[in-house]
Design a protein around this ligand. Sequence first.
Ligand code: CA
Length: 439
Amino acid sequence: MPITIRRSGKTAHYLGTAALTVLLAACADTPIQQAHAEATSKPATATPVPLPPQSSAPAPAPQPTFDQWRDLFREQALAAGISAPLFDQAFAGVIPDPGILRADSSQPEFTRPVWEYLDGALSSTRISRARGLLDQHAATLAAIEQRYGVDRHVLVAIWGLESNFGSNMGDNYVIRALATLAHQGRRPDFAHAQLLAALEILERGDISPDGMLGSWAGAMGQTQFIPTTYNSHAVDFDGDNKRDIWNSSADALASAANYLRVSNWQSGHPWGAEVTLGEDFDYALADTSIRKPLAEWADLGVRNAQGGPLQLGEASQSASLLLPAGHRGPAFLVMNNFRSILRYNNSTSYALAIGLLAERLQGRGNVLAAWPTDDKPLSRTERLELQERLRAVGFDPGGVDGIIGANTRQALRQFQIALGLPADGYPSKPLLDTLRSFQ
Ligand code: CA
């Protein structure tokens, strides 16, 4: 939704009007009980004859037991082409896993700061292991580069972060994990589709049930593909006719390359780079929804990390400005291939880690600017409070859910602009303190 950004100094007036709007909006937020009575009532009968079973008022549908759910799902799977023996083999002994339900419902209170995440992702142990594997698999990686056009350093970086180069793929039986989530998880439809796709993989014989291991959420093998991604993008690269992303590093690396290729990877182009911003830079431009040609960023005063001219590619190529820790931390211009990495795993910290790790493997990729390590990310409780307070002063964060999405960042920016603060949309502790001072 387009949002008008106010640049005037009419802060007090704006806050006052907006606060009134919020009070009115709050009244409309009252939860409304759903009335089921009309839908379930039956016409009165003249004689007191016993009613046939189908006309009795249905009670609210009880949660089916796991066995009931499985029997129903079995019918659907068979109708979708899964053979009965395969289904029964895959589900033999499968019972719900309470640990997976706990993982599905957990909402961590604390978020790891991006600089700590990057320290772990780019650890010296991981870099040295990656260098060894680049040598060990040089011939395979060269062949994959040639076929898919994706840089080997990026592929090895993905391999390293997804499964620690195949040594940490998750030890959950994927059918059990997805069955648990399809029966009782937060997104049963998604799990249902993944479970059907997982059974298709078993039906084709790419892997046996006892080898089908993955994360609690059903991400499988060395590339951590979910089953539908596997079905559409995994490839056999070692020529044994099985797409084995669990046991064949060639298949895993080529599958990752194939996925990036179809995610619009541009061969030979950088993911982006660290940059520096001029004085009085308009931080409201730091939003991944805003794309500008490199030439325009240069005109706005964006320079390379050392303060020299940008050298990221042709002037017409588009880029977005990323401030992972707000205006006090490092700045990056991110380009098309960064977005392809986001298609793999939709986290800017992850995509940044892949880009930097791939460069580290080539002797580059050190971030020059300092991270604001004195400003820890807000806890979930604080994020909820931040959203409540933004709403209370008239800057609608689009819901109070503890998630700093596009709407919350836009509301933060409006608030910052109204106060004449750098409008980076970053939920910092000082900003929360400023919001607290309003009530
Ligand atoms: Ca294979």
